[in-house]
Design a protein around this ligand. Structure first.
Ligand code: HEC
Length: 78
């Protein structure tokens, strides 16, 4: 979770409310399937600055992060 804040926060904002990348708050992600979010985290999105995290995360970890984002980070967006 610390890594999510540091590494993802540099683009998505320390509170995941957006920056270079879009907001990753539960409100912003509502309705998006966890599988597609996990795939975006794992593979990145070609043609955008969103990098893939394959070298640093397992598919399971990407899935876990996607689920955390959907549920809301413990102290995010408050
Ligand atoms: C270099 C900047 C950068 C970093 C670092 C970064 N992202 Fe992104 N991310 C982006 C951009 C830009 C997009 C939007 C891509 C697009 O236009 O479709 C994005 C999109 C996403 C999406 C899809 C959002 C949606 O609404 O579909 C998710 C989920 C995501 N990022 C999660 C993460 C996570 C988790 C991390 C850390 C492991 C991370 N990102 C790190 C730039 C970044």
């Amino acid at each position: 979770m610390h890594m999510v804040r540091q590494d993802c926060g540099s683009c998505h904002g320390m509170r995941m409310t957006g920056g270079l990348g879009p907001a990753l708050t539960p409100e912003a992600l509502a309705g998006k399937p966890v599988e597609s979010l996990a795939a975006t985290i794992y593979h990145g999105r070609p043609g955008t600055p969103m990098p893939g995290w394959r070298s640093m995360l397992t598919a399971e970890e990407a899935h876990w992060i996607a689920q955390q984002l959907l549920d809301g980070l413990p102290d995010a967006a408050r």
